[in-house]
Design a protein around this ligand. Sequence first.
Ligand code: SAM
Length: 161
Amino acid sequence: MADTDDMRAGEKRVDLAPPADAVLRFIGHIETPFTSRDLCPRQGRIDGPECVLHLAPEWVPALRGIEAYEMVEVLYWLHESRRDLVLQSPKSDGETRGTFALRSPVRPNPIGTAHVRLIRVDGPRVTVRGLDCLNATPLIDLKPDRCAYSPAAPEKPTATG
Ligand code: SAM
């Protein structure tokens, strides 16, 4: 029986098929100097080593204009993660917390994000600093850190009021 009890006046519902999993399309892979999880930093630093985003050839045109940005947001698939823990006790402090209260790579959909410094773009190779992932981690997406549609910071009050 459809749940209509909590609907408000004017609302309408439709019957939907059960959701299917989304299908990601990897756009390339990431080359880093980190060859084991223990060698990866817990979070990347923008003064960290240079890493290269290798884009698949069909996505190279999608890079047009990205050189204008100093900082870029990178999304990647932490492919060696297990995905079945709801409580975790991180090695760093052993304190047990819920998966969604952590930035652990272990999550139902192991998506990692990082704000990285763009160093150079050379065809399908985008060199950045600030990553924390294993060499050969699949690349999901990249986007400017801030763009024309980002909300501007509110004006600061002046000393004269
Ligand atoms: N910066 C991302 C975030 O906050 O969403 C990821 C943070 S996660 C704490 C980074 C850690 O994930 C690394 O220190 C390493 O232990 C692990 N890791 C890195 N690449 C991975 C991969 N491809 N598969 C599984 N675990 C990975």
